[in-house]
Write a protein that binds this ligand. Structure first.
Ligand SMILES: [Zn+2]
Length: 280
């Protein structure tokens, strides 16, 4: 699953290349098995990211505003090709095809794709607002509000690892940052969110936002303060290897609502289920 920073990086790459660019044609597929539908020539107005959603604002020849929204999920990807070049994936997996004079952009098997005429009401933007929490990569994000959103919407018994991945609470943290942030904060992944103080929860989200921002620049994803070559992460992907802090073998298990791979150091992140519940 792409982390939030992946989509923001994609928007930063596509934005300058596309903004203001005339597209010779835009085609999208409404659902699996449906044919690609041509929408004609368009001009790109803006490319932006919202959590893990990539938003491309377009305008047609009649001046109407359209929006292409894609969520890549686990397997979705955007490719760029020269006109006439052979695609690396089969055409039936293409859900959006944007043709420019000098290149073709193709989105293959996204988890979600929505093609909308914006002037026909704001139904989907509102639904997106309800489904996607504050974006941790938004420079104006209020992390105190994220903490309050969690207290209002989450069962206190819900494990912190599921809270971190819930994009309706805060958008951006994927499976890699989940394990990395919990390590940095010395937090056992299955700790109930109700057993974590507001202060500590704020620290967890501050660290997450910091890591996401730090990794907006090109290059490998790094969570360590000083990373040696090919040793960029603390625990993710390191099951059975020695913790870089204490030497204890890193644990790996499929945990949480969606049984996602989770990595942690049992010494640096001891289970602390007997901690008193304390919201302050
Ligand atoms: Zn350790």
């Amino acid at each position: 699953m792409p982390e939030g920073d992946t989509i923001h990086k994609l928007a930063r790459v596509l934005g300058p290349a596309l903004a203001g660019a005339p597209l010779e044609s835009v085609a999208t597929r409404a659902r699996r098995g449906a044919v690609l539908v041509e929408h004609g020539a368009m001009t790109v107005r803006r490319v932006s990211a919202r959590g893990k959603h990539l938003l491309i604002a377009l305008e047609d020849a009649a001046g109407r505003a359209w929006r292409l929204r894609t969520h890549l999920g686990m397997y979705g990807t955007w490719h760029q090709y020269a006109p006439g070049a052979v695609w690396h994936k089969p055409q039936h997996q293409a859900w959006a095809v944007l043709r420019l004079a000098d290149r073709v952009l193709v989105c293959f098997h996204p988890r979600e794709l929505a093609w909308q005429l914006l002037s026909e009401g704001r139904a989907d933007p509102e639904r997106l607002d309800a489904r996607v929490g504050p974006d941790l990569l938004d420079a104006t994000v209020e992390l105190d509000e994220v903490v309050q959103r969690i207290r209002t919407n989450c069962d206190p018994a819900r494990p912190i690892l599921d809270v971190l991945l819930d994009q309706s609470l805060a958008a951006g943290i994927g499976n890699i940052y989940k394990s990395e942030v919990l390590f940095l904060q010395g937090r056992y992944p299955l700790t109930p969110v109700g057993a974590i103080t507001d202060r500590d929860l704020l620290d967890i989200y501050c660290d997450s936002a910091r890591l996401l921002r730090r990794n907006l620049k090109p290059g490998p994803r790094i969570t360590r303060a000083r990373a040696e070559t090919d040793e960029y992460l603390h625990v993710y992907g390191r099951g059975g290897q020695a913790c870089r802090t204490c030497g204890t073998p890193v644990e790996r298990a499929l945990l949480g609502e969606h049984l996602r791979a989770t990595y942690w150091c049992p010494s640096c992140q001891p289970g602390n289920l007997d901690r008193p519940r304390d919201h302050q």
